[in-house]
Design a protein around this ligand. Structure first.
Ligand SMILES: C[S@@+](CC[C@H](N)C(=O)[O-])C[C@H]1O[C@@H](n2cnc3c(N)ncnc32)[C@H](O)[C@@H]1O
Length: 437
């Protein structure tokens, strides 16, 4: 007697797959979606969700054919367009991603995720107010979306609406209590606002959730009054990547930072007619010091850990070369002789300066000029980590380091570096000269 193979119908396999998918059993779910598609190659949910699953696993190439076919077989599926948008975004095709999210919204105006996702693209393209509208729309539809609150807070922070940003982060933290990112974000912002006790609560929580967060560890140490050797490189990179778009308008425009101008003035007072043949602008940022010094320098190299700051510096067109690197690592790997080194408002992120100064001493030519600024008023200590997360240095420590490494201090300028929440931050700009060996 002939036996007939009984197939589980495709929609039932999809239901089983979704269950596995929700449990995080990705392999089992993928197999069930694939079996459903063997039976019905145009099963829309299997196509859409298998595409999503591959995206979740980070396999973009595997995701594309399923998600692309999902929108073809079901052009009325907002979810399929939204997921295809996520794939385009991951692939860096932001215009195509935005187009998909907009199609999803046209199909279903109440699709909160699509509004949120469209906001992410708009923000990345610098359309902050439109992004805020999208996040708010998403949250009107679904106020439980913690991710949209976090995105809204980031956008508010970028336009300088700090109180709104704190409020939105707190809403995000309520909805995502186990997100170290959200707790860190709100802690960082509260710290910037001088709300130290509140900041410490969130930063400690971020560290508790993710003990590997060096950035949270740094700020917790700062707020608990403990001093460390340096700020973690990833913390500095992210801080300045986020700050880059508004750095000059904020630091120079609003906070009145003129360190780079004072530094170049000090160099000018001592150099006479001298030109420098190879100059390094350490932590060059957006290139303010480099631009001010360009006239008396033959070759100018800028080094910074933040690529987004470097992109702004590139626009100025004053550097012969810009290098994305941590400054100690850069100096360890580059031994070209230097006759001028500037570090304007950079050593505030490095406590222990011994390695830095000895690396510079080894690379600077006799008679070379070294100028740098520090936050001051640290009478009895070598350096301290302040609640702000920045370091202050003592004059005796700097003077001893200069002496030990063969530099003679030519001049020092005590000045207010910038204002912090309305209060001037006192600092010192040093100009030292490398002695002949
Ligand atoms: C306050 S900004 C000053 C920028 C610029 N020198 C100026 O005067 O406008 C500090 C810069 O130093 C960079 N920076 C701080 N520590 C660094 C490190 N260890 N390695 C590389 N760059 C660093 C930051 O990324 C940031 O761009």
């Amino acid at each position: 007697m002939a036996t007939a193979t009984v197939h589980t119908p495709a929609p039932i396999l999809v239901v089983q797959a979704v269950r596995e998918h929700q449990l995080g059993h990705l392999e089992a779910a993928a197999e069930l979606y694939a079996r459903a598609l063997q039976i019905d190659p145009a099963e829309p949910d299997a196509l859409n969700l298998l595409g999503t699953l591959h995206l979740q696993s980070g396999d973009l190439a595997a995701a594309v054919p399923f998600s692309a076919k999902a929108v073809l077989v079901d052009p009325r599926s907002a979810s399929a367009f939204n997921n295809l948008g996520l794939i385009f975004k991951q692939a860096g095709q932001t215009a195509a991603a935005a187009d998909c999210y907009q199609k999803a919204i046209r199909i279903d105006g109440q699709f909160a995720d699509a509004h949120n996702n469209l906001g992410v693209i708009l923000k990345a393209e610098g359309h902050l107010l439109r992004a805020i509208d999208c996040y708010r729309r998403a949250l009107d539809i679904d106020p439980t979306l913690g991710e949209a609150f976090n995105n809204l807070a980031n956008a508010y922070q970028e336009i300088g609406e700090l109180n709104e940003a704190v409020e939105a982060y707190l809403q995000a933290a309520e909805r995502m209590p186990d997100s170290d990112t959200v707790h860190f974000n709100v802690g960082l912002l509260l710290n910037r606002q001088g709300r130290y006790d509140d900041a410490l609560v969130h930063l400690r929580r971020a560290l508790e959730i993710n003990p590997n967060r060096a950035d949270a560890e740094h700020l917790v140490a700062a707020l608990e009054g403990r001093t460390t050797r340096t700020a973690p490189p990833d913390y500095i990179r992210k801080l300045f990547d986020d700050y880059a778009p508004r750095f000059e308008a904020h630091l120079v425009g609003e906070l009145g930072c003129r360190i780079y101008l004072d530094m170049v003035r000090l160099i000018n007072q001592h150099r006479g007619q001298r030109r420098f043949s190879r100059s390094l602008d350490l932590g060059c940022g957006t290139g303010l010091a480099g631009a001010a010094a360009r006239d008396f320098v033959d070759e100018l190299v800028g080094v910074d850990i933040s690529e987004k700051m470097l992109r702004q510096a590139e626009v100025k067109g004053v550097y012969d070369s810009l290098q994305a690197a941590e400054i100690h690592s850069y100096l360890e790997q580059n031994e070209d002789p230097l006759d001028l080194v500037m570090a304007s408002d950079v050593f505030i992120y490095i406590g222990a300066l011994d390695t830095m100064i000895s690396l510079l001493a080894a690379r600077m030519t006799d008679g070379g000029f070294l100028s740098f600024s520090v936050e001051a008023e640290v009478p009895s200590a070598s350096w301290i980590l302040r609640a702000s997360g920045r370091f202050g240095h003592g004059d005796a420590y700097i003077s001893a380091l200069m002496e030990e490494n063969g530099f003679r201090v030519l001049d020092k300028l005590s000045t207010d570096l910038r204002s912090d929440r309305g209060k001037p931050i006192p600092g010192v700009i040093y100009l030292a000269q490398k002695r002949a060996a």
